[in-house]
Every structure is written in structure tokens, then in C-alpha cells.
Design a protein around this ligand. Sequence first.
Ligand code: NAG
Ligand code: NAG
Ligand code: NAG
Ligand code: NAG
Ligand code: NAG
Ligand code: NAG
Ligand code: NAG
Ligand code: NAG
Length: 407
Amino acid sequence: MMRLSPVGSLLLPLTLLLQPTLSEYTTSNSTTPHDNSQNCSCYVIESGANSNTPEYFQYYRFFDFRNFADKAGQFTKTPPAVNDSASAGLKPVWDKDQLTTDAWNVDWGIQNWSKPATSDFPTPMANSPANVYILQNEDSNDPFTFLTLRTNRLDDSQTAAEIENEQKNVMHCSMRMLARVKGSKGAVAGFFTFFDDTNESDIEILTDDPTHKIRYTNQPAVDKKGNEVQSASVAPDNLAPWDEWQTHRIDWLDKNSYWFLNDKQVAANTYSVPRKPSGVVINMWSDGGEWSGNMSVGDSAEFQIQWIELAFNTSGPVGGPGGGNKKREALDLEGGTQLDTVEPMMGRDMNEWKRKSKGCEVVCKIDGVKQIGTPEVVSVNKSAATDISVSWGLLLFVGIVSTLVGM
Ligand SMILES: *[C@@H]1O[C@H](CO)[C@@H](O)[C@H](O)[C@H]1NC(C)=O
Ligand SMILES: *[C@@H]1O[C@H](CO)[C@@H](O)[C@H](O)[C@H]1NC(C)=O
Ligand SMILES: *[C@@H]1O[C@H](CO)[C@@H](O)[C@H](O)[C@H]1NC(C)=O
Ligand SMILES: *[C@@H]1O[C@H](CO)[C@@H](O)[C@H](O)[C@H]1NC(C)=O
Ligand SMILES: *[C@@H]1O[C@H](CO)[C@@H](O)[C@H](O)[C@H]1NC(C)=O
Ligand SMILES: *[C@@H]1O[C@H](CO)[C@@H](O)[C@H](O)[C@H]1NC(C)=O
Ligand SMILES: *[C@@H]1O[C@H](CO)[C@@H](O)[C@H](O)[C@H]1NC(C)=O
Ligand SMILES: *[C@@H]1O[C@H](CO)[C@@H](O)[C@H](O)[C@H]1NC(C)=O
């Protein structure tokens, strides 16, 4: 269903809609297309336990949050803490020029659901758009920006942050982010695929943990009787520290999940590998439960992300199984709504699907490239290339015929 947005994005000229440049985040880089990869028809990665098995994906996205500023000193102030959980969900985002644009909305939904306290999770939690903002590297010689998700503890509640990708039909992927986590104990930074509580693959950084430990989990991590499932979670504790910038990665494949840190495979699992088309979710939260722990009143923690890279296949409609957006909060949590104002994916290059459906003519790699986020051609399938010229010829022929018969 199309909903009219206040900015009237539906009235954008068709030519603009057909240009991938609409998905650009920054004016300074507006000539670079969003996916940096128009010539690629599929993307190859090396995966598996020995990182030597090629896996192919049909689609690619690179979300670059580094170029929001054109000079130092633009995003240096952390916005004031959200200080009232009752109104947290209604507090607007601070950086409207960056995080409410069509280019942002076409890919990301900033969440505002909340959940009450329960005996297992004693701190009520409210997601606030005001906990999603841009910050900037303090070194004025390298003033790149990054997306920040914050959680903070009030007297009797916790405010949190969550964003969801609007592509909710991801079926197997390699998802990566360059990120770090800063701040107080008692918070969880999550980067995960989600369909429901039993089809979910996670990277979770717990600020209660040592900085060399990360939790890699396929849900459900708790069985129907409430007991922990030992095989669900792998938690190596000899990793590069998560409070410094590291590249985190999940490879969600058909029968295997692999987790990487800085291109090195650090965890694997065959337990409950998700089997449903899913979305990609990023959050920063705490609820006083066993998993997150308690944050001290007045404290906060931040999940900071420079970029997110996603190579993926799809199954079914963009909105996910069942046609509509399957809402996370509707499935496992109470209350809340999504703040989307723009029909998901409407700004996408409409020709992408047609182009990609032709199979893998031009294989591109995404790792070991000159510039991360810009895939590079590794091989061209000549026989498929012939197929293209044949179909172009056919198209031209049909075009001429229709013109001749006056269709
Ligand atoms: C544009 O993006 C590229 C790659 O992300 C970056 O190296 C370059 O500095 C950016 N240019 C500006 C003006 O921000
Ligand atoms: C795509 O291919 C064309 C023709 O070979 C080339 O001119 C162009 O630079 C390529 N674009 C990218 C983004 O690689
Ligand atoms: C992605 O889809 C393509 C085309 O169907 C298929 O060849 C490839 O094996 C799939 N990749 C994964 C990792 O499932
Ligand atoms: C709560 O935060 C707002 C800014 O977001 C500020 O104007 C207000 O004074 C704060 N209230 C308290 C009680 O700290
Ligand atoms: C979420 O935002 C919508 C739109 O502004 C609002 O109607 C709704 O009440 C908010 N939900 C919460 C839990 O604050
Ligand atoms: C995924 O969801 C389906 C349907 O809800 C469920 O039967 C299945 O157990 C879930 N998990 C996996 C790993 O398939
Ligand atoms: C968090 O604090 C609450 C209230 O003091 C307590 O009931 C709960 O057990 C604590 N949670 C953890 C994980 O220690
Ligand atoms: C190359 O293209 C042909 C024709 O489209 C196709 O049948 C074949 O599977 C492709 N090979 C690879 C390696 O993608």
C-alpha cells in the first residue's frame, strides 16, 4: 500500500525514480551511484570454514555513513539524552537533513516501539528516534561521519534505538558493517537477520562482556521450556576489541551460518540456520534481563557504524512473506509502530531486477577491492553476454514491429 509522505515523494518525476542516484546519501558524492555496481550481475564472496568456498549473490547494497559532513566540526555534539521514556517514541530524529530524506527512508525505517517490564526483563524499554543520530570523527584531518544508535538508563526505564532495513525478503546473505561500541555496561548492540524468534541470526556485543568477546547466535537460544540451548550461541573471547573499529560479518547460507571478524572466520553454526525470508535489523538496547544486564541510572552506551555492506539473494516480495511488512514488534513485542513514510524501495532503480534476472553474466567481487563498497569485475560469462545481445536484438525487433503495426 502506498502512503503519501509529507514531502510528496510520489510526485517525483519518473526519470528521477529510475535513477539509482536517488539513493545517494550525500551531496558531496552525488555522482557515485548507491550500489557502485551497475555493471555487475552477481557478486561472489569466499565463505565457509576455510574461507575458500565461493558463494554467489544476486544483489548488493553499500550504505555509507561516512560522508555526511564536508568539513570538520559539523557533527561533534552528542544530542541531549532522551530523558522521558513516555514520550521517547515521539521524539524526532536530530539530523533531519540526513535521516529523514527519501534516500534514507527508501532503505531504512527508524523504529519507535516500546515494551513494558516483565519479571524476566524488569526494565521497561522505549525505542526513540532521538537516539539515532550522526557523529563525526574528532580528528579534523579525517572528519568522517558515522551513524550512532544510543541507549540510556533513566530512573525507572531505558531508552533504546533500532533501525530496520526495508528489504524484508533477504534469503541468504553476507552482511557486514564497520562498527564499534562505546559506553557503559549493561547494553546490547545487535546486528542481525530477523523473520521471527526462531528464524534469526545474530551478532551481539554485550557491554557487560570483555571487549575481546562477541556473541554469535542463531535463535531460538531458549527452548520452549525456557532452558538455554547450548548449541545456539558461540562466543569466542580472543577477538579484536569491539570498542575499536572492526569489520563484523554474518554469512547466512543455505545450511550454514558463518561469522567473521575482519575477514577471518571466527564462528560457525548449523543449528537453526534461518529458513525464512528476513529483514536486517540494527539495535542498541537494555532491559535489565539476564542477557543485557542492568545499566546504571544516568549511564548510556553507543553503537557506531561507518558503513553497512549487504550481498544477498531474495525470495518473495520486498515487504517480506505475506506481502506486508512483517513487524518485529508485532511478533515478539508489544506496542509501537514504524515511522515509515515512504513506500519501501520505491526509489530503487527499477531496471535492476530485470537486469539481474538474466543470470550471472558479469561476476564481481566485493572483498579485496580497491575501495570498499565498489565491487570489481572478476569474470565475464561470454555465453551469457551473447544472450544479452540476442535479447536486446529481440527487443529492438519487437520495438520496430510494434511501431510498424502502430501499437
Ligand atoms: C566520496 O566517497 C569516497 C568513497 O566513499 C570518499 O573517498 C571521498 O572522500 C568522498 N568525497 C567527499 C567529497 O566526501
Ligand atoms: C561499466 O562498464 C562501462 C563499459 O565498459 C565502463 O565505461 C564503466 O566505467 C563501468 N562502470 C563501473 C561503475 O564500473
Ligand atoms: C543466490 O541465488 C543464485 C541464483 O538463484 C544461486 O545461484 C546462488 O547459489 C544463491 N546463493 C546462495 C548463497 O544461496
Ligand atoms: C529533557 O531534555 C530536553 C531536551 O531534549 C530538555 O529541553 C529538558 O530540559 C530536559 N528535561 C530534564 C528534566 O532534564
Ligand atoms: C511512534 O510514532 C508514531 C508516528 O509519529 C506515533 O503515532 C506513535 O504514537 C509512536 N509510538 C510510540 C510508542 O511512541
Ligand atoms: C522458521 O519459521 C518456521 C515457520 O514459522 C518454523 O517452522 C521454523 O522452525 C523456523 N526456524 C527454522 C530454522 O526453520
Ligand atoms: C537488574 O536490576 C533489577 C532491579 O534491581 C533486578 O531485579 C534484576 O535481577 C537485575 N538484573 C540483572 C541481570 O542483574
Ligand atoms: C553463463 O551464461 C549461460 C547462459 O546464460 C548460463 O547457462 C551459464 O550457467 C552461465 N555460467 C555461469 C558460470 O554463470
